[in-house]
Write a protein that binds this ligand. Structure first.
Ligand code: NDP
Length: 335
């Protein structure tokens, strides 16, 4: 049933002696820069002189402004937020174009897949997209463990672009260690998978929690405390997620009571067609560029929809009750 796209081992000798610029020192930048340096590679940071740069300097990295970092680099990892990458890329495109050879790596497929960034022909354009937040990567690295990544190549100028993608995946601690795996994929596939999660099961979970909360508290008089603990505050949901990762979706279901198993499977059967339709519609909007257009227009308009939805959701009864509960439980001081 599986394709033959799994890679469990790699080596990063191709990166030895290369000057590697990590652009951005946030969630991913911090993690990838530190792990690669631990692995003996020549890493420096490209960032404007602000708090992130200070943190990088405190951690012992040389920090250059972004154009200078690109000037100095043989390999650059673009680890700044997706929405700012096109402008930053534009500001350094001239520098990249002049190089005989260059490797440009992304941790997400979005900008290249959507055509917002089109690196020139002389550049190996690769993707190493971790399925893990930066802090998690650093923790696993300390434990000698790996994590999953999707890898891809959009342009193979040197004929070695896949080798570079595998080398970066190895150098950032993803593969060659227990739990580590790279899946050969593409920028387009990664963008589809990532966005489709954000447009289907993840928001369906949020919407279900909101509706569930409103129904049981308003219609049946259940206390907000009991409801929020049931939904997510107890940590059971996190445990179930962990069991899914460790044992599998259906194997973990066997740990639940038979009443629960019956409820899960009968309702999954009932919801499948409805949710499949949602998945099809949302996937189509990602593939035909409709979502990318929607998000670009929203950013140009100053994120008005996003800001108003933040206001709406955080002013909901669920959010207000959560705030009080988390204060009582000592999980939140204010805000
Ligand atoms: P962060 O938001 O943590 O990035 C912060 C860094 O970006 C800082 O160094 C910040 O520096 C810099 N930055 C922010 N705005 C600008 C700007 N306008 N110009 C230049 N630099 C800027 O990003 P993430 O680490 O979350 O994401 C980086 C990439 O990794 C993205 O492609 C993302 O999709 C991908 N990714 C993220 C994961 C995650 O867990 N977060 C998981 C897998 C992939 P400053 O503000 O000083 O300019």
């Amino acid at each position: 049933m599986l394709s033959d796209k799994l890679i469990l081992k790699g080596d990063f000798s191709i990166l030895k002696g290369k000057k590697i610029a990590v652009i951005g020192y946030g969630n991913q930048g911090y993690a990838q820069a530190n792990i690669m340096r631990d692995n003996g590679l020549d890493v420096f940071i490209g960032n404007i002189q602000d708090e992130y740069a200070k943190r990088a300097e405190k951690d012992g990295f040389k920090v250059y402004d972004i154009p200078e970092a690109f000037e100095r680099a043989d390999v650059a990892l673009m680890l700044i937020p997706d929405e700012v990458q096109p402008d930053v890329y534009k500001s350094v495109e001239g520098i990249i174009k002049k190089k005989d050879s260059f490797v440009l790596d992304f941790a997400s497929g979005y900008n290249v897949a959507s055509g917002f960034i089109k690196p020139p022909k002389n550049v190996d354009t690769v993707m190493v997209a971790p399925r893990m937040i930066g802090e998690g990567m650093v923790e696993l690295h300390r434990e000698g463990k790996g994590f999953p990544v999707l890898i891809g190549v959009a342009n193979d100028s040197s004929g070695k672009a896949w080798d570079y993608a595998i080398a970066i995946a190895t150098a950032i601690g993803a593969i060659g260690r227990e739990g580590g795996v790279a899946v050969k994929s593409s920028f387009e596939e990664e963008a589809l998978l990532d966005l489709l999660s954000e447009h289907t099961w993840a928001p369906l979970l949020v919407a279900t929690f909101m509706a569930y909360f409103d129904v049981v508290t308003e219609k049946y008089g259940v206390s907000p405390e009991a409801t929020i603990l049931e939904l997510y505050a107890s940590g059971e949901l996190g445990e179930i997620g962990k069991a899914m990762a460790d044992f599998g979706l259906f194997e973990q279901l066997k740990f639940h009571s038979t009443t629960s198993q019956y409820g899960h499977l009968t309702r999954a059967e009932r919801y499948y067609d409805m949710v499949k339709k949602v998945c099809e519609e949302e996937a189509e909007k990602i593939i035909n560029g409709e979502f990318a257009k929607e998000w670009t227009l929203e950013q140009m308009a100053g994120k008005v929809v996003l800001n108003s939805l933040w206001k709406k959701f955080t002013n909901s009864k669920l959010a207000a009750s959560e705030k009080e509960l988390y204060k009582v439980l000592g999980r939140r001081k204010e805000g």
